[in-house]
Design a protein around this ligand. Structure first.
Ligand SMILES: Cc1ncc(COP(=O)(O)O)c(C=O)c1O
Length: 385
């Protein structure tokens, strides 16, 4: 592959991902279906990150690796600069994925048959992981408003029982793109405190807010007792497109929990690989310029998507405030199976059924603009008037 040093400053191209073991591109391999489903981007990672990986490769020794000395400070500096959140580097544990981290919290902080609450619709592992850990998932539906999906507090209170132990918060929220505000987070903290719940906040999307008027507030940064014991999961993987490198971080304030964390992994959770650590550190330290330019592109893509949806009778989409995902309501189109209709039209979104929301599709907007434009033409063909 021949790529210039100033790699794609306008995000206009992407190397061919077929035959690279790409989960996204292999799903409909050999068929003319544009895959806009799983949340990775059809964009190369920033050059600063690639350089850091090359530097680590040149070292040439890849033995068992725990958090290198630069990892936690790179993250804490990033959290302070971007979100005004001061975190003790000692609280940070490297983990090969946010999903892995969620599973560990289920085992660490809940017993068999205890309940883990979460807002729905939601990223599918939130629905499936509790069961895999022998815990129970309790779904709390969000309310679909005109400008954002919002919390239905009556539904929250109605869902809580004496078996409720954890609240898995997805913040910003996948798939709706909602950025929860200070008042909502504080009310959730109050609720958690009243019922003895621990909040685990998956903030993997927190560096991809699309509106300058909004600010990501880490749940654990609130001045509240429930926030002080919350566990936060973050990763550079969504923002800088590094999912295949398997590097995330848990921010675990309680030293006892930190000691118990590895044991809760049950010997199943591997260490983070050294290339993942190198990439994460470089992304947090040096990736902000790239991130800002990416957001400008993603905003344009959101506009293209909303305009396309507005032209198709029966489709609606609440504009995402964060993420590069569009959560599209197809229930008024009269099409019984929107996923099948999209695939027949050459478009591969995620199926809302997997998120606990039949009648919806989720579209990944993070690809070169011409590819998105073609995808939107196919979307229109899937829902003919
Ligand atoms: C909310 C959320 N959490 C976690 C993940 C996956 O994280 P990881 O690859 O670090 O397990 C995703 C991926 O799309 C996600 O959207």
């Amino acid at each position: 592959m021949n790529v210039s040093r100033e790699n794609d400053p306008d995000f206009t191209g992407c190397p061919d991902r077929r035959d690279t073991g790409s989960e996204k591109w292999d799903r409909w391999a050999g068929r003319d279906i544009l895959p806009l489903w799983v949340a990775d981007m059809d964009l190369r990672a920033p050059e600063v990150v690639l350089d850091a990986i090359r530097g680590r490769v040149d070292h040439g020794v890849f033995g068992y690796t725990h958090e290198p000395p630069g990892f936690a400070p790179a993250l804490t500096d990033h959290l302070a600069a971007r979100h005004g959140w001061i975190v003790d580097p000692a609280a940070i544990i490297g983990t090969p994925g946010v999903v892995t981290g969620l599973s560990v919290t289920a085992r660490l902080l809940a017993d068999a048959d205890d309940e883990i609450l979460t807002f729905t619709p939601v990223y599918p592992p939130f629905l499936t992981l509790p069961g895999l850990a022998g815990r129970r998932c309790v779904r709390v539906p969000l309310a679909q408003g005109p400008a954002a999906w919002t919390i239905d507090w009556d539904a929250v209170e109605a869902a809580i029982t004496s078996k409720s132990k954890l609240f898995w918060l997805c913040h910003p929220h996948n798939p709706t793109g909602t950025v929860f505000g200070c008042a909502e987070l504080l009310r959730l903290a109050d609720t958690a405190e009243r019922h003895g719940l621990t909040v685990v906040s998956d903030e993997i999307w927190s560096d991809l807010l699309l509106d300058d008027s909004l600010q990501h507030i880490p749940f654990a940064s609130l001045d509240h007792p429930a926030a002080r014991r919350a566990i936060t999961l973050v990763a550079p993987s969504k923002t800088w497109n590094l999912a295949g490198l398997g590097c995330a971080a848990a921010i675990v304030p309680d030293p006892t929990h930190r000691r118990q964390w590895r044991a809760a992994g049950g010997g199943l959770v591997p260490m983070v690989n050294p290339l993942g650590y190198a990439a994460a550190e470089a992304a947090w330290r040096h990736g902000d310029d790239w991130r800002r330019r990416l957001i400008a592109v993603l905003r344009g893509h959101r506009d293209l998507l909303l305009a396309a949806v507005a032209r198709i009778p029966g489709l609606t989409c609440v504009a995402p405030q964060a993420t590069y995902l569009a959560w599209i309501d197809c229930r008024d189109t009269g099409v019984a199976d929107p996923q099948a209709a999209c695939e027949a039209a050459g478009l591969g979104p995620s199926d809302g059924r997997e998120f606990s929301a039949p009648g919806f599709i989720r579209l990944n907007l993070a690809c070169p603009t011409p590819r998105l434009e073609e995808a939107l033409r196919r979307l229109a063909n899937a829902f003919p008037t």
